[in-house]
Ligand binder design. Structure first.
Ligand SMILES: Cc1ncc(COP(=O)(O)O)c(C=O)c1O
Length: 387
């Protein structure tokens, strides 16, 4: 038999569920591993999907998505991107943000091109870069509060560097870049002729202030691909709707990649998304407030335990240095916590080698469950420190 593709063989499954599987049979298990809101999709959005089915809106759509949705997306996200992207030439509806990342990589990268990724990082970036033949270059941000600095960016650039991937708010750390920080990074990108993929999927879940987009900085509109999606803001992970906003020549290449990979996103989900973007402007507010309250609970408990943590400013994760505080590896910590306290977390190593020493706790859960989990973690930490 001939060999299978080296591009897929080099990838490993992201093992986010590993420690959830360990507690699956425990009746008192608390699973804080999932990157998914614990709220249902708002009812008015689900109703729009039902209407789409009843009215027979069940056929293929244009590759780039239905025009009313592209128009609505351009208008809705203008408050974040600062630009009115042309719905015909610069906007794509994608099968979740995951697909937007994938087709962006296919459109931009030649084999061997380097992509700079501040780490710890969401694992989806590495997979998409490698599938497109690119080479991820992880820049360790642990000593700078999980933020990429202009100096660290400059040092990572080589003649093969083509793209920087930036997320704000970020998964797994919840960190957010300020206008000034983005502006300093933008200057390097312009000076060194880099493209930027700006993953803004958590923009609506930024706790304070208005989210800043690097696409707004001078010289950046033509070199930035902004991606958004409804999975997190509207609790629509299973509907698979994302958006890409890109300069027309890049969007055209991405549309070709979309045509040959998925044809189009689900017609029914697109009608649901149209409802979300036209009538669901306030949907994310109660979710954001719930995550903020959970963030406060978690940070307070971690401070009580004397565990170093960078306070998340958005998204729904907290990424403390719990294993390192106990002199354990992330995997060993997660395994012991799952077995002894029946609490499942994600090991920091799921987010590149720069996550060693950390764990990700999801804040997308009822506060009672979080309180109980934090209490068990605190007792676990005490036992380990005493023993
Ligand atoms: C930072 C980030 N980007 C993109 C995605 C992909 O989201 P989706 O494909 O559901 O839109 C996720 C999902 O967890 C994420 O955390």
């Amino acid at each position: 038999m001939q060999e299978l593709s080296a591009r897929t063989r080099q990838l490993a499954f992201a093992s986010m569920r590993r420690f959830a599987d360990l507690v699956a049979d425990e009746p008192d298990a608390i699973i804080l591993t999932i990157g998914q809101p614990h709220f249902p999709t708002p009812a008015h959005i689900a109703e729009a999907a039902k209407r789409a089915i009843d009215e027979g809106f069940t056929s293929y759509t244009p590759n780039r998505g239905i025009r009313p949705l592209r128009e609505a997306a351009s208008a809705y996200y203008e408050r974040f991107t600062g630009h009115r992207y042309d719905p015909d030439r610069e906007v794509l509806v994608t099968v979740g943000t995951t697909h937007a990342i994938d087709i962006a990589m296919r459109a931009l990268l030649a084999p061997g091109d380097e992509v700079i990724i501040p780490a710890p990082a969401y694992p989806g970036y590495e997979g998409a870069v490698r599938l497109a033949g690119g080479h991820p270059v992880f820049v360790d941000t642990r000593s700078t509060g999980f933020l990429l600095t202009p100096d660290a960016l400059r040092q990572a650039i080589t003649p093969r560097t083509k793209l920087l991937i930036l997320a704000s708010p970020a998964n797994p750390t919840g960190t957010v870049y300020s206008e000034d920080e983005l502006s300093a990074l933008a200057r390097v990108c312009v000076e060194r002729d880099l493209y930027v993929l700006s993953d803004e999927i958590y923009a609506e879940l930024q706790f304070d202030g208005s989210p800043a987009s690097i696409s707004r900085m001078p010289g950046m509109r033509d070199r930035t691909l902004v991606i958004h999606g409804l999975s997190k803001s509207h609790s629509m992970t299973g509907w698979r709707i994302g958006f890409a906003f890109a300069p027309a020549p890049i969007a055209a290449e991405m549309a070709k990649a979309a045509q040959f990979s998925v044809s189009c996103p689900s017609s029914i989900s697109q009608m649901a998304a149209l409802e979300a973007l036209t009538c669901g402007h306030e949907d994310s507010r109660p979710m954001r407030e719930a995550y903020r309250a959970n963030r406060d609970l978690a940070v307070e408990a971690l401070h009580r335990m004397g565990v170093p943590v960078v306070e998340p400013a958005g998204a729904f994760y907290v990424f403390p240095e719990l294993p390192k505080a106990l002199g354990m590896t992330s995997d060993a910590f997660c395994e012991a916590l799952a077995r002894e306290a029946h609490v499942a977390l994600v090991s920091g190593t799921c987010f590149t080698h720069c996550g060693e020493g950390y764990v990700r706790i999801s804040l997308a859960c009822p506060p009672e469950a979080l309180q109980e989990a934090l209490g068990r973690i605190e007792r676990f930490v005490e036992r380990r420190r005493q023993g």
